[in-house]
Every structure is written in C-alpha cells, then in structure tokens.
Write a protein that binds this ligand. Structure first.
Ligand code: URA
Length: 217
C-alpha cells in the first residue's frame, strides 16, 4: 500500500503558515478568501470547532474591528462577536453612529479555541496570512484591534493592552499602512466595568479620526 499523504493537521507551524500564505495570496476577492479559509486544514482549532467564523458587517466600510477568536456563541452561529461581548461592542459602536452598514468585524482566528483558552502562537501564525489578506482586500481607512492578542499579532507590539489602548499605532504590511487603535477587549470591559470611561474615550478618538478621514473623502 502506498504511504498515506501527510494530512495538513500534521503540518509544522511553518508549513501551515506557508500553506496559508499561498492560499491567501491566490484570492482576489473577499468571497474567494472566505472559501479558502473554510477549506484550510492547517489550523488545529478547526477539528474541535462547529463553524468557521470569518466576518460580519460591510467589507466596504471605512472601519475594521479585529478581535481575538470566536467564543461559544460565535462558533454556534458562524458569525463573529454575536455573544455577550459582541453585543457590548455593538452598543459601543452604536454610540458613535456605527453599525453593520459601516463597520466590518473579524478576528485574528477563525475557529474557537476549546473552552475559550488563549490561542497558541502556532494557531495565530496559521491564521495570520488570512487576516492580513482580508485587510488588504477590504482596505479599511482605520483598524481597531480589540484585546492584546489582536494588537500583538497585527501591530507587533508586546506592550500590555492597558498600556497601549487609545494610542494610535500603524498597521504595516508591505505598501499597506493603516492607522490602528488598540482597544480594551469588550469581554474585559464586561469583567471590569470600572474601565468603561477609558473605553469610551477610545471610541470617541476612533469616531473623531473617522469623521476627519470621511470628510477628506
Ligand atoms: N471575542 C472575540 O475576540 N471575538 C469574537 O468574535 C467573540 C468574542
């Protein structure tokens, strides 16, 4: 019997990242990229997830919010940020005049880590080429990274989120440079309601910059 071809589940982290980069680069539309993510077998989280969770909202929106990973509700429904923290995020966005018509929402991971554990660096690396390509295809004017993992992955910072929240950074990849704001994760706000004031300041800073950019056309 011929030896079985190695399954993607046993790819090394480096091989998974290369496979993801190649699959992502071959996509020239958001729909193609969504199909490529759903077909990707290089992230171990897929084995325990119910759904692949990619994005919701308007891919032509000027603001892209990027969180960490689907939780239980997102995994069940196949849509990001639909559970309790997503509902808080929606209320915060509504307060600055934003909803699914003018925001695009995604995560750095497309499958739920079991029990909502922290993602491993291998899992993050396997998914990163896809979120990078999604940003490239959507071309938002501004990015908001919700929580430490999104900020560390996309902005390359190791500083704690409570330290860098509210301070404009840049998302850079090749020729793409997009202003990016690290935000406290809404799940953290649910646990620590005392920091809502800071979160509100950050939303206002986002709203002001968006208004300026939209005014420039
Ligand atoms: N937390 C996240 O970071 N993303 C979701 O989609 C849901 C909860």
């Amino acid at each position: 019997m011929p030896p079985a071809a190695p399954s993607q589940a046993v790819l090394s982290a480096r091989e998974a990242e290369t496979a993801a980069s190649q699959a992502a680069a071959a996509c020239s539309t958001v729909a193609e990229l969504e199909a490529a993510i759903k077909a990707f077998e290089g992230c171990g989280l897929k084995a325990t997830a119910t759904n692949t969770v990619i994005a919701r909202g308007n891919p032509a929106a000027p603001l892209m919010i990027i969180g960490e990973a689907p939780g239980r509700d997102e995994d069940a429904q196949g849509r990001p940020f639909v559970g309790e923290s997503g509902q808080l995020l929606d209320r915060m966005l509504k307060a600055i005049g934003r909803d699914e018509s003018n925001v695009y929402i995604s995560n750095i991971l497309f499958w739920r880590p079991p029990g909502n554990r922290d993602p491993s660096s291998e899992e993050i690396l396997a998914c990163k080429p896809f979120i990078e390509r999604l940003i490239e295809l959507v071309q938002p004017r501004l990015i908001a990274c919700a929580g430490k993992h999104a900020a560390a992955t996309l902005l390359g910072t190791n500083q704690g989120i409570t330290r860098i929240r509210g301070r404009w950074q840049e998302y850079r990849r090749g020729a793409v440079v997009i202003p990016a704001m690290p935000l406290l994760h809404p799940a953290y706000l649910l646990r620590q309601p005392g920091v809502k004031r800071e979160a509100w300041q950050d939303m206002q800073a986002l709203a002001e910059k968006l208004a300026r950019l939209e005014g420039q056309g």
